[in-house]
Design a protein around this ligand. Structure first.
Ligand code: BGC
Length: 760
């Protein structure tokens, strides 16, 4: 029996002993000991907007009872199907109630038309319209990894509101986002969709995004439950192996946070976790999510994932695939059609009880009621004429611009080359991405339009014109850079300039689903292009566009200044020029470590200690013989055009109990000549515990804006409950002892103070 299976059995047993979903917070030791191992109990959602219907929970259930009594099996299976829309879509599906959720309907007109049809159908059950809107609908903010780089819940929530408002204005109710898989291997192309390597930052992102979306009018889907972010060697759709403690400490917490924030839809992962495809894993989808956690919303499969149980090798037929998924706890079949096709036979044969179907339909209807969809007064059918003026507004674009500005990370700035306050007379911009709107927009563009998206080259030229700077351009190669033919022409343009701005990195089509990479340097011949530019002897500012951390080792010495922007969105070019010219002082931080080499992956700052820490000259240490073990640049790293100093760290208390909160306060001083924003990070280390604990873990973040020379006291609260970790059964343990605290501007912050968690 694997430790994983064992862990879930323990949780399931515990949950059933406690009465399953209705159980109150557990105290398995039963002696009131706050240090006893305890299972995580049911979640109590707190999102203000999770029930917009004006009905009580009991009223909703009564209405569902009445509706269920009128539903045929076909009607029920219709609610258990989510389909994709295309121009050949057959209206009969809606008229006859054969679909409950529709993904990707292109226009407000079409959504209004289909919703009107659905309401006029025999049962009048409204459709849910959805589309993956990970960083905007038509107006795009930076991709989620870029949003995480802001380390700022207000910015992330504002992007949630922007997305929600814009999508809802067109008739959308739901987005298949946020993706909250923890990602530690940048070979996986989907790292672009998440918040990076750290569970605290991912939870911060999740809470802000789920609430922001709801405030804007769009409901969230938490995906992909669970473990997809740990696919082996970063290969998309591959398998993951996670121990019970790792699952509970790292991968599950963002989902709990999202559910607490009011999310009502969870999408299961495509991938295999510890040998079982999640789509067929009853222990995860039913015993844990619904049982122990008490989740009463919808579990939707990933796209066609029920059919994929056959190639996964756990179902020998279409019937078996449907059987496994429905009994595991998938309520809604996204796209495969196997529920509609196979469940009638499975019910007739008695293998699937009608009660399971009713339960799934109840969940779908419950969410539709809570969304207010049954009540045209709460969620009206959108008026297409009004919709036309409700998107891409200046207000929405302003939110995207601010998020983009906050997401850009300054990695290097030798000799204070940036900002270009007194720009040179001649600047050569090199790189196809400088002229390509798509490379700003990034993956999962939803309804974004190239025409909305300013071009970097034009923005820079216009902004520098008043200084008399002439901006010239050469592509060098196309954005995939498969040919070196244009290099000499680019070098000639570069030679005639005083400064080169090279816009390189990952084009949008190399960063997304199914774009795993084995080499993480600049793609194809881009490094050779950079080398050729460097050979001109002109100073280079490298503007890196990417959807993941890349290996920057070879590019590093060629550029005097390096900006890193995770596809920064519709207004990305403007934000980049704001940063280059100094109108904005960058404050973005790396949400994932930058590796030195692919061979270090997966890599994260919160490694466990080793019995043989690497030390110079020690040959029998936890080291690589050909590379350092440390990242090239650490998690949380990012420069500013000014400098910051930390002084006088104090903790509010030296000894704490389990229910307490420690407040760390520190003076942060702007030591430079420009106003700037510092991202203050608090890390903790538990030096002696019953399990090895990470060398450090992020536990708090604050932002502070400082004028030149100004100093402010910054406080970060650390609830002691945050120090708990999982045991082999997935239960939380809080252990007494000393904890070390590090506060600073990155995960490399110096050790500074400690406190004692004492047994009462
Ligand atoms: C992805 C999901 C996405 C779905 C629908 C799948 O390929 O894995 O994240 O929500 O497509 O677009």
């Amino acid at each position: 029996m694997s430790p994983f299976r064992h862990g879930f059995l323990a949780i399931a047993l515990l949950a059933s002993m406690l009465g399953g979903a209705s159980a109150q917070a557990a105290d398995p030791a039963g002696d009131g000991d706050p240090f006893a191992a305890r299972a995580e109990g049911p979640i109590h959602p707190s999102g203000r907007l999770w029930n917009r219907s004006g009905l009580t929970a009991a009223e909703i259930e009564t209405r569902i009872d009445a509706l269920l009594a009128r539903m045929s099996l076909d009607d029920k299976l219709g609610q258990m199907f989510a389909g994709g829309w295309d121009t050949r879509f057959d209206d009969a599906q809606v008229r006859e109630g054969r679909v409950g959720i529709l993904s990707g309907v292109e226009t407000a007109e079409e959504m209004a038309r289909l919703q009107t049809l659905a309401r006029a159908s025999r049962l009048g059950i409204p459709l849910i319209f959805t589309r993956d809107s990970l960083h905007g609908y038509r107006t795009l903010a930076p991709v989620p990894l870029g949003l995480a780089a802001t380390f700022d819940p207000e910015v992330i929530a504002s992007v949630g509101r922007m997305t929600g408002q814009e999508a809802a204005s067109q008739g959308m109710h739901l987005t298949f986002s946020p993706m909250i898989d923890l990602t530690r291997d940048p070979r996986w192309g989907r790292v672009v969709e998440g918040a990076g390597e750290d569970p605290f930052l991912t939870r911060l992102f999740t809470k802000a995004m789920v609430s922001g979306l709801a405030e804007g009018g769009l409901q969230a889907t938490l995906k992909h439950f669970v473990g997809y972010g740990a696919v082996r060697a970063g290969r998309d759709y591959a398998e993951a192996e996670l121990s019970v403690p790792t699952l509970h400490d790292l991968h599950l917490p963002p989902f709990r946070t999202g559910l607490e924030a009011g999310a009502q839809i969870v999408m299961s992962a495509f991938s295999v976790l510890n040998g079982v495809p999640v789509t067929a894993d009853r222990r995860l989808l039913t015993d844990l999510l619904r049982g122990a956690w008490g989740f009463d919303g919808i579990v939707v499969s990933d796209w066609d994932a029920i059919r994929e149980l056959m190639p996964h090798g756990v179902a020998g037929s279409r019937e078996e695939a449907a059987f496994l998924a429905v009994t595991a706890g998938i309520d809604v079949d996204l796209a495969s059609g196997l529920y509609r096709e196979q469940l009638p036979g499975l019910i007739a044969s008695g293998r699937v009880p009608t009660a399971r179907i009713d339960e799934a339909v109840r969940r779908v209807l419950r969410v539709k009621y809570r969304f207010g969809l049954f009540d045209a007064g709460v969620t009206p059918v959108v008026d297409p004429a009004a919709a036309a003026g409700a998107w891409s507004t200046p207000e929405l674009r302003a939110v995207a611009l601010e998020a983009a500005r906050r997401s850009i990370v300054l990695l290097k700035n030798d000799g204070g080359l940036l900002p270009l306050v007194r720009p040179p007379k001649r600047i050569a911009v090199i790189g196809a991405a400088a002229r390509d709107a798509g490379d700003m927009m990034g993956s999962w563009g939803a309804k974004a339009e190239r025409g909305d998206t300013p071009i970097f080259l034009d923005e820079l030229a216009a902004r520098l014109k008043p200084f008399g700077t002439r901006v010239s351009f050469a592509e060098g190669c196309d954005d995939a850079c498969r040919s070196t033919e244009g290099f000499e022409a680019a070098a000639r343009v570069a030679e005639r300039a005083d400064l080169i701005v090279a816009v390189l990195g990952e084009p949008w089509f190399l960063t997304a689903e199914s774009t795993s990479r084995t080499r993480l340097g600049l793609p194809n011949h881009q490094q050779a292009l950079l080398d050729r530019l460097a050979a001109t002897g002109r100073p280079i500012v490298l503007v890196t566009l990417a959807g993941r951390p890349m290996v920057m080792v070879d590019a590093w010495p060629k550029a005097k200044a390096v900006l890193y922007a995770f596809s920064p969105g519709t207004l990305g070019a403007r934000a980049l020029v704001d940063v280059l010219t100094g109108e904005v002082n960058p404050s973005g931080r790396l949400p994932m470590s930058l590796p030195r080499a692919v061979g270090q992956l997966p890599l994260s700052y919160d490694m466990l200690p080793t019995g043989r820490p690497p030390s110079p000259g020690d040959e029998l240490a936890a080291r690589y013989v050909d590379e350092a073990v440390t990242p090239f640049l650490p998690f949380g790293y990012g420069l500013s055009y000014t400098g910051f100093a930390y002084e006088d760290l104090r903790l509010s208390v030296a000894r704490v109990g389990p229910g307490d909160t420690v407040t760390a306060s520190v003076t942060v001083r702007n030591t430079g000549a420009r106003a700037g924003r510092e991202i203050v990070q608090l890390y903790v280390h538990d030096p002696v515990a019953s399990r090895s604990r990470p060398l450090r873990q992020l536990k708090g973040v604050a932002r502070v804006d400082l004028a030149p020379g100004e100093a402010k006291r910054v406080e970060i609260a650390l609830p002691v409950a945050e120090l708990a970790f999982a045991d082999d059964e997935g239960r939380r343990l809080l252990e007494a002892g000393r904890f070390d605290v590090f506060v600073g501007g990155s995960s490399a912050a110096e050790p500074t103070a400690s406190f004692e968690l004492a047994k009462p």
